[in-house]
Design a protein around this ligand. Structure first.
Ligand code: SF4
Length: 100
């Protein structure tokens, strides 16, 4: 959930072992860990950046677009729909709606 909107839905195992949404990856990459094994599980392709936008006046389109390293023009203009990315794993992100 980001700025009061759900962006990814999956079992706990899928969520932690194969996160899909860039915000989920950013969130998990920021979690402090104790061991190298735990560190190895953390996503590496999205580093935390930017400031959290206002929840009262959220950004247009995908609310995460001001902080997303993969944002494109459509992200600012259109809110992504929830799509089934894999069995039991739903994500709202234009990176996945384009693949359908
Ligand atoms: S919809 Fe666009 S801005 Fe939002 S998470 Fe996906 S790529 Fe990033």
């Amino acid at each position: 959930m980001y700025l009061a909107k759900i962006y990814e839905y999956a079992s706990a195992r899928m969520f932690f072992h194969n996160p899909l949404h860039p915000y989920t990856k950013m969130l998990l990459s920021s979690v402090p860990v104790l061991t190298d094994d735990e560190e190895a599980l953390k996503p590496k392709d999205v580093k935390s950046m930017g400031e959290v936008s206002s929840a009262i006046n959220p950004p247009s389109g995908c609310r995460f677009h001001p902080r997303c390293p993969f944002a494109t023009k459509i992200c600012k203009a259109k809110e992504p729909e929830f799509v089934l990315a894999e069995q039991g794993h739903y994500v709202a992100c234009h990176l996945y709606t384009k693949k359908r």
